[in-house]
Design a protein around this ligand. Structure first.
Ligand SMILES: [Cu+2]
Length: 130
């Protein structure tokens, strides 16, 4: 650290002023960097945060077909009064979902996954994982 007592008072005040202005300038830059980092995070979320929502309404999966990337999680939520259950043979089976209940599945493997409602086999959906 600089020993300010070495300098005459006028010079010391100038150094102090320059020092304070420098600190203000640097902290301003740091805050600008932070806001840029934050906006990057919003535009490119990490893979673990990616979640796709499918609504079950009027005996239909909406959207009925979606394309996601490996590692993403799909959440089905039943908005019908009737119960539904989701199954892709050999891949996943949900419990019976009553109104307002959800089921999650994370697709870690690439492929085309067709699924149906266990209770209403005419209800069909597809998840394409790239
Ligand atoms: Cu159903």
């Amino acid at each position: 650290m600089i020993n300010l007592k070495k300098f005459n008072p006028d010079y010391r005040d100038k150094i102090l002023t320059i020092f304070i202005l420098t600190v203000i300038l640097i902290s301003g830059c740091v805050q600008q960097d932070r806001s840029q980092t934050n906006s990057n995070l919003i535009s490119t979320p990490s893979i673990s945060n990616l979640q796709t929502l499918i609504t079950i309404k009027n005996f239909t999966f909406n959207p009925s077909s979606i394309t996601i990337k490996a590692g993403e999680t799909v959440t089905w939520t039943n908005k019908d009064s009737a119960p539904h259950a989701i199954t892709a043979t050999g891949i996943f089976n949900s419990k019976i979902l009553n109104k307002g209940e959800s089921f999650n599945y994370t697709f870690n493997e690439i492929g085309i996954f067709n699924y149906t409602c266990t209770i209403h086999p005419q209800m069909k959906g597809t998840i394409i994982v790239n």
